[in-house]
Design a protein around this ligand. Structure first.
Ligand code: SAM
Length: 256
């Protein structure tokens, strides 16, 4: 995929950071010495960790140069490093591994989740939130649009870039051998947005990327016009002129 766009991602900063706050609220640690924010993005999730534990040694990891630059500007006192989480291992055991809205972009969860849990110090916590929205109209209609246009061959594998996450039971079984307890919950947020175009702006920074990145500008405009017609039908306008974007998310907190 092309690089991420930090400014576009932050268009919906409050809505995107809310699940990170909800995840952090369930992390049962008083004062971790070292915490790692996987897929730190522009530093919005890292900032929550810094606010809760000002004394902790914080490291944000991300594969995007644009995101890392934004994170460094935002939190000059934290450390931010480029890393691919598909291969990352911690140089020393860490007290908290925090991963908000990133592991859905990293494959092979059967290997990844136990490996992350094994990077924890005794009593350490792995806290993960992942969108569970591939069957929502927002994402179903991306696949439908991709299959129904002159770009179909070019976009053949686009949907596979985003991982289809496992069931809560699957993550429980993966993590329980490495954890004294595993807390899992699922929440659906309903975001009132300013019409179908706002849904598209939201997703352009994230879920639409695998479908838009391979296309030329003209194809991209045509793809978005076709997708927009579908989105407008699937998300009716309410009395206040807004649409409601339903956004289910899966949360996992495992303590070593
Ligand atoms: C949706 S953003 C999440 C940002 C932030 N954690 C938050 O809570 O809003 C996902 C981030 O994961 C990063 N990312 C995706 N795949 C990655 C990988 N394999 N290794 C490292 N970072 C990755 C992207 O660059 C992006 O910054």
């Amino acid at each position: 995929m092309a690089d991420w766009n930090a400014a576009l991602y932050l268009t919906f900063e409050d809505e995107r950071t809310r699940p990170a706050r909800d995840l952090l609220a369930r992390v049962p640690l008083a004062g971790p010495a070292a915490a790692v924010d996987l897929g730190c993005g522009p530093g919005n999730s890292t900032e929550l960790l810094a606010e809760r534990w000002p004394e902790a040694r914080l490291t944000g990891l991300d594969s995007s140069d644009d995101m890392l630059a934004a994170a460094r500007r935002r939190l000059p006192h934290a450390s931010f490093e480029k890393a691919d989480l598909a291969r990352w291992t911690a140089p020393e055991p860490v007290d908290l591994i925090f991963a908000n809205a990133v592991l859905q972009w990293v494959g092979d969860h059967d290997t990844l989740f136990p490996r992350l849990a094994q990077q924890l110090a005794p009593g350490g916590v792995l806290a993960v939130q992942m969108p569970d929205n591939l069957d929502e109209p927002s994402h179903r209609l991306m696949r439908e649009t991709a299959a129904d246009g002159p770009w179909a061959t070019k976009l053949g594998d686009a949907a596979a870039i985003r991982v289809r996450i496992g069931s809560p039971a699957a993550y429980y079984d993966l993590l329980r051998p490495h954890a004294s307890g595993v807390d899992i919950w699922r929440t659906t947020y309903f975001h009132p947005l300013e019409g179908p175009d706002a849904i598209i702006t939201w997703l352009s920074a994230t879920g639409l990327k695998p479908f838009l990145d391979p296309l030329e500008a003209v194809e991209r405009d045509a793809f978005l016009a076709s997708y927009r017609r579908r989105i407008a039908r699937a998300y009716p306008t309410h009395g206040d002129g807004r649409v409601l974007l339903a956004f289910p998310r899966l949360f996992i907190v495992a303590r070593r």
